[in-house]
Design a protein around this ligand. Structure first.
Ligand code: NDP
Length: 246
């Protein structure tokens, strides 16, 4: 496991946006960030799941989160720009952006993948992180040391048979991270890195490995040290890196 002990107030006064915050790793990231002092902006497509995370954060006495239901599959550039305006009016800055939401999509030979499934997956896993990053740049520039975390996968670093458009989308996300990172190096205080969670006990993992006993893998809460490290000031000088949470 990534060796990092986060101080309790690590993310105090930071505003951190997390996509796919209603379930799995995104939910754990929202809860853990809030527990370390951050005001979290919860983005996801299922309002009831986001509301449950919101309530859990409030009940724990952590900073009051912001709840923003948004379907990344259908959102248009204007929706991202409107979100940026809202966040600018409320917070004036964004210290952290976690591109976590993703679809697993069809796991089959690439030449069997239906065009519609390919396009749908690319919209959520690649186009949405691009449009969201682009629209949030002014807010990220307004923060003293903003961190963008692209949640990747081992199959986005080394291609693997039958991982379909999912693997290709994670390569694209890694590529986007590297280009942004190099462009921002020396010109802004924004850092871009990718993080591979490794096998983690979520519904996506269960869908990818139906025969596996879920207990084999750590729970999302257990892989949070790497997320906290990348979101907090201790990683200020880390830019353009591909990290592993386990
Ligand atoms: P889950 O499927 O458990 O969670 C994915 C989240 O993304 C859900 O909250 C889901 O919302 C949200 N989401 C999906 N589609 C959309 C959409 N169109 N608009 C908005 N939100 C959407 O997956 P994990 O927690 O396992 O995965 C999180 C990240 O970690 C992903 O990027 C994944 O690729 C990566 N990863 C996971 C691994 C693992 O072992 N779990 C291993 C390697 C990488 P809803 O709940 O409403 O459907």
């Amino acid at each position: 496991m990534f060796d990092y002990q986060a101080p309790q107030d690590l993310l105090k006064d930071r505003v951190i946006l997390i996509t796919g915050a209603g379930d799995g790793i995104g939910r754990a990231c929202a809860l853990s960030s809030a527990a370390h002092g951050a005001t979290v902006v919860l983005i996801g497509r299922t309002p009831s799941k986001l509301e449950a995370v919101y309530d859990e954060i409030e009940a724990s006495g952590f900073p009051q989160p912001a709840l923003c239901p948004l379907n990344l599959e259908t959102a248009l550039e204007k929706d991202y720009l409107d979100l940026a305006d809202q966040l600018f009016d409320t917070f004036g800055k964004l210290d952290g952006l976690v591109h976590n939401a993703a679809l697993l999509g069809p796991r089959t030979m690439l030449d069997n993948v239906k065009a519609e499934a390919w396009l749908q997956l690319m919209q959520v896993n690649v186009n949405a992180p691009f449009l969201l990053s682009k629209s949030m740049m002014p807010l990220l520039r307004a923060a003293p040391d903003a961190s963008v975390v692209c949640v990747s996968s081992s199959v986005g670093r080394k291609g693997k048979a039958f991982w379909g458009p999912y693997a290709v989308s994670k390569f694209a996300l890694e590529g986007m991270m590297q280009v942004f990172a190099e462009e921002q190096e020396g010109t802004s205080a924004i850092r871009f890195n990718s993080l591979n969670p490794g096998a983690t006990r979520t519904s996506m993992r269960a869908a990818a490995y139906p025969g596996e006993a879920p207990e084999t893998n750590p729970e999302p809460g257990q892989i949070m040290p790497a997320f906290l490290y990348l979101l907090g000031p201790d990683s200020k000088t880390v830019n353009g890196q591909a990290l592993d949470a386990q």
